[in-house]
Structures are given as structure tokens and as C-alpha cells.
Design a protein around this ligand. Structure first.
Ligand SMILES: [Zn+2]
Length: 313
């Protein structure tokens, strides 16, 4: 009797998530939102909101759980709050100010996307401060979701682990992988790629021991160990390439990887490029190495009582 009751309780609490493909720019398998009983992890950009709402099929969203504030993950947040004024928006404390006042975020996105901004992401409006719940990492929210701080891709990135289902909502920390292809392309755009922090975040994921990883780009991965190993390999490969080569050679090498993974399926290759434009992957890593060299130069300078010139390794 007791066992049966306990079993029933466990089953009731295990609400698995579902992925809603927001069909970015009309293409499937580029960006998805994950819905868990009215909670939405990363709603995606404004341009995908109609598709998201259609996918929700009348389920009224209760809260948005943002892994980070990049426009492909969270650009539609303000617009959703306009529509559902009671919506709670969870975000890391370092990202919160940029939701309330998105000017700086839009400025750096405009540098990357230029003319394509509106076409790709649509209108981005502020999230009212009263809707925002800032996170530090270490909290449990909505009764079940453990928040882990997972920087590396972005300095304000968090992962949400469902303690009842073992699903980890990992945003971009576990890279881009388009099913059914196994290839993992780590997204390394500017401005705050940090390879050491990213490695620590991968260890955090391993320590959590999730049953599945739920990626924004794209969907659910059950081979958690194998997948994380591929993220790690991808980061090492891209890090080395960006250090050793200029942009052109880097982009060519990433393109060759994408084409090999896609196996002649040009539409599949386009999904990878749309989720993680190869030239942006270079720019983020180039900036990382430059910042690191400057920091090391400053440290050496302090040690010698003079400022050493910052050189790129
Ligand atoms: Zn991102």
C-alpha cells in the first residue's frame, strides 16, 4: 500500500518537458523552447513568438526561465510579458539589468548582425523590473528546478536541473547539435567567451549527472556523457584553431566540419550555420585570447614593476 502511494506521488511529480520548435526564419531544428507544465525555458526571439504560442496550444505560460539573455534565447521575453503581464522572468543577476534596459545588449547584437537584426530577431522591448527574479545560482525555484551558474558561453549563463525528471536545461553550454547528427559545434560568439569557465561549467553538468540534456539548438540528448565529451573536444579544437589561425582559415575549418557532419545535406549544414554563424565563433574566441593576453601582460608588468606589452599568444 505505502509503496504504491509513494510510487503514485513520484509519477505525479514527473512532468517531462517538451520541445517546441519556434521555426526560426521558417527553418526547423534551429531554435526550440522547452516547456515544463507552463514553465518556458528560453522562449526564443520575438520572430518565433507566434509559433511558440501556437505550440503551447492554449497553455498559459507561468514563468520564463532564461538560461541567458542572447536574443536567440530570450529576445521575445519583453513581448511575452506585454501579452502576459503576470509572467515571472528568471535570469542570472548579471543578465537582469540588460533585460530591464536592453540598449547595451542591442548595441552589441547590432555589431554582430547589422542590417539583419530586425529580420532575425524582431522587436526587443524591455522586461519590467517587477517581473524579473534575479538568480545567483544555487537556488531551487518553482519547487523543482535547481539553478546552477554555468558561465563560459556567457558570463551570466545558468542551467536549470529538474530534480524530479533529471532533465537539465543547458541553453548553449552544451553546444549546438542538430538531430539526428551527433556533431557538436560549440557556440563561441562575442563578447564574453571564457574557455576556463566553460570547462568548469561542463564539470558542473557532469556532477549534476542529468538523465538528459535539453539544448536550445536543438532538442533532447540522452547520451549525456558522450555529448559532453564532444562539447569538450569541440571547444579544444576551436580554441586551438582560433589561436593558431586567422579568421579565414578558422571559418574554412569550421565549414569543413559542418559539411562533413551534414554529409551532403545542405539544409542540415544551414541549420548549424544559422544557430552558430562560423565567423562569429572566431570573433568570440579572438576576443577571449586577446583579453587573456592583456591580463597576463598586466600581471607580468605588475610583477616586474613595469607594464609588459600585451601580445597575442
Ligand atoms: Zn547564446
Amino acid at each position: 500500500m505505502w509503496r504504491g502511494l509513494a510510487h503514485a506521488v513520484i509519477v505525479r511529480s514527473e512532468v517531462m518537458s517538451r520541445a517546441i520548435d519556434v521555426m526560426h526564419m521558417g527553418r526547423d531544428r534551429v531554435i526550440c523552447a522547452h516547456e515544463i507544465d507552463g514553465l518556458i525555458v528560453d522562449p526564443g526571439p520575438t520572430t518565433g513568438l507566434d509559433t511558440l504560442l501556437e505550440g503551447l496550444g492554449g497553455v498559459e505560460p507561468r514563468a520564463l526561465l532564461l538560461t541567458h539573455i542572447h536574443l536567440d534565447h530570450a529576445g521575445g521575453s519583453g513581448k511575452l510579458v506585454e501579452r502576459f503581464p503576470e509572467l515571472t522572468v528568471y535570469v542570472h543577476e548579471r543578465g537582469a539589468p540588460h533585460l530591464v534596459d536592453p540598449e547595451q545588449l542591442l548595441g552589441s547584437a547590432r555589431q554582430l548582425y547589422g542590417e539583419d537584426m530586425d529580420r532575425l530577431w524582431g522587436e526587443v522591448v524591455p522586461v519590467p523590473e517587477r517581473n524579473v527574479r534575479a538568480l545567483a545560482g544555487g537556488e531551487t525555484i518553482e519547487g523543482d528546478l535547481r539553478v546552477e551558474y554555468t558561465p563560459g558561453h556567457a558570463s551570466h549563463h545558468v542551467t536549470y536541473l529538474s530534480q524530479s525528471t533529471g532533465e537539465a536545461f543547458v541553453g548553449d553550454v552544451a553546444g549546438v547539435r542538430i538531430p539526428p547528427v551527433d556533431h557538436v559545434l560549440p557556440p563561441t560568439p562575442p563578447p564574453d567567451i571564457d574557455l576556463e569557465a566553460w570547462e568548469k561549467s561542463l564539470r558542473t553538468l557532469e556532477r549534476l549527472g542529468p538523465r538528459a540534456l535539453c539544448l536550445t539548438h536543438f532538442g533532447r540528448v540522452e547520451d549525456v556523457e558522450g555529448h559532453i565529451a564532444r562539447v569538450r573536444e569541440g571547444l579544444a579544437r576551436q580554441g586551438e584553431r582560433s589561436r593558431a589561425h586567422g579568421e579565414e582559415a578558422f571559418v574554412q575549418a569550421v565549414e569543413a566540419d559542418i559539411r562533413a557532419a551534414a554529409g551532403g545535406d545542405e539544409e542540415m549544414a544551414e541549420r548549424f550555420r544559422q544557430a552558430a554563424p562560423p565567423n562569429q565563433l572566431y570573433l568570440g574566441l579572438e576576443r577571449y585570447w586577446r583579453k587573456r593576453a592583456e591580463e597576463e601582460g598586466a600581471a607580468v608588468g605588475e610583477g616586474q614593476g613595469l607594464r609588459a606589452p600585451a601580445t597575442r599568444p
